[in-house]
Design a protein around this ligand. Structure first.
Ligand code: ATP
Ligand code: MG
Length: 455
């Protein structure tokens, strides 16, 4: 009963959507000068097909932002007034995804165009019965409402590839020209609604080299702890986007500046506060950035393995100091690191498996006797383990000579490899021991005790 009254009152006082109430600016092609060549043929086709069927359809979000900056967008999203069922009916390979709010994936070869129906600003038409059950919930809305739900002004632009017009409800084009990131609506409200927007602010600012508008930036350090309420899987997705943006070094630097790094990668706090760890992480991130910018693929498992390596190393060393056996100690250190990490940021299982393998291979690179190097070189993950090893040498964690040895070994003929192993056994210099101390000769059958976690 009481709920019914509340629902009635809510309907009576139904606010006019504040953020999206205005008419958009219409910016013609002659003014915005988007390079039409950068627009995906498939996105164009989706818009044209929907428009021919009497709907409105626009390219939206990041793609328009990138087009205005003359950057080739990595993917295209489309917003329309057609319902998901209507959208689906116009394309041969189209799939409705999502349960409550449905989207349509329209596929053209390898390319997927995500098409969504304009969303309502808030569920103001939500009507509940006396038990609180939702009777109707108007998810779909007007274009102005859809624009007001978006995060930043530069992400709320609509481009009609047929007429060439850009529709701008929140002065996004002006902000793009001023290279400024500005939240739509009241920033504190928007961060409370979705704390991930704080991370997005940092990511876009770093990636685009934009300044964050003061009103948008100022609340972040105060509200940073809200990130803790975000489900770990969502946080992982966002972190991955951030780390693979091609600007991860800038992103991490900015996260720290805004006080956002705590609690994200819980161990990142610790790592970044230790010079050795920081060096390794920053090196790994800048290598990743180079790869992304060169259009090469990157492996998230490898990336997270680098981010958390120092923590493994610290834990491993502590166990060795207590005279634990080398390999079991490493495995326990790995378990501890992973457990502590996954509480907050759920790294996907398959990536965790990669991380374990890359870490687990590290001691094997120091064993250069008998058949070990041959077996290691044949290992399925040799390449990843070797790349990781090189990173460790570059960060001065282990001697350069060990990395060089493996580089040569990987390219050598079987005969040369045999000789290299003999040579390695002869020399008890720094390359073979990874440490500076001379060791007593090893007795047969004695386990190798390398020095890497001690350095
Ligand atoms: P990217 O280049 O990283 O893909 P993007 O802007 O396209 O950037 P997406 O995560 O693909 O980012 O989201 C597409 C659009 O959806 C955004 O441009 C924005 O309009 C809207 N959006 C995404 N996430 C949010 C959010 N958390 N809050 C509000 N709007 C969002
Ligand atoms: Mg996108």
């Amino acid at each position: 009963m009481i709920n019914r009254v509340i629902a009635r009152v809510q309907k009576l006082f139904k606010r006019k959507p504040k953020r999206g109430g205005r008419e958009p600016k219409r910016i013609p092609a002659s003014e915005h000068r988007i390079n039409h060549e950068l627009v995906s043929r498939s996105a164009l086709r989706v818009c044209e097909t929907l428009q021919k069927a009497g709907h409105r359809a626009y390219i939206v979000g990041g793609a328009v932002r990138d087009l205005l900056l003359d950057i080739a967008p990595k993917d295209f999203d489309i917003a329309t007034d057609a319902t998901p069922e209507q959208i689906k009916s116009h394309f041969r390979r189209a799939f409705i995804i999502g349960r409550r709010f449905k989207l349509v994936h329209v596929m053209f070869g390898q390319e997927t165009i995500e098409v969504s129906t304009f969303r309502a600003l808030v569920n103001i038409d939500r009507v509940i019965d006396e038990h609180g059950r939702v009777l109707s919930d108007n998810l779909y809305g007007e274009q102005n409402e859809d624009s007001a739900r978006r995060d930043f002004t530069i992400n709320a632009l609509y481009y009609d590839p047929t007429t060439g017009d850009v529709l701008d409800y929140h002065d996004g084009v002006k902000d793009i020209r001023a290279r400024r990131l500005r939240m739509i609506g009241e920033p504190t409200d928007r961060y409370r609604e979705d704390p991930v927007r704080m991370l997005r602010a940092v990511r876009f600012a770093a990636k685009l080299g934009f300044a964050i508008d003061e009103a948008t930036r100022e609340p972040i350090h105060r509200m940073a702890e809200l990130i803790e309420n975000v489900p770990p899987a969502r946080l992982f997705d966002e972190m991955l986007k951030l780390l693979t943006s091609g600007h991860s070094v800038a992103c991490i630097t900015r996260l720290r500046a805004e006080g956002l790094h705590h609690g994200l990668l819980p161990l990142l706090d610790v790592i970044l506060e230790q010079p050795a760890g920081e060096r390794f992480v920053m090196l790994a991130l800048s290598r990743t950035d180079e790869r992304v910018r060169a259009g090469k693929s990157i492996s998230p498992g490898f990336l997270f393995a680098t981010l958390l390596w120092n923590d493994v190393l610290v834990k491993w060393t502590a166990r060795l100091a207590k005279n634990e056996h080398r390999i079991p100690a490493l495995n326990l250190a790995i378990d501890e690191t992973i457990d502590a990490q996954t509480e907050k940021l759920a790294i996907q299982r398959r990536f965790v498996a990669d991380m374990r393998e890359i870490w687990g291979l590290q001691p094997r690179f120091e064993r250069r006797t008998g058949r070990s190097p041959f077996r290691l070189a044949e290992h399925l993950r040799f390449r990843a383990g070797y790349d990781f090893l090189l990173l460790r040498t570059a960060a001065d964690e282990i001697p350069l000579a060990l990395g060089d040895w493996w580089t040569r070994f990987a390219q050598a003929s079987p005969e040369e490899r045999e000789q290299m192993i003999l040579d390695a056994a002869q020399e008890s210099g720094p390359a073979s021991t990874a440490g500076k101390r001379r060791r007593r000769p090893r007795r047969r059958g004695e386990k190798a005790q390398q020095a890497s976690p001690e350095t």
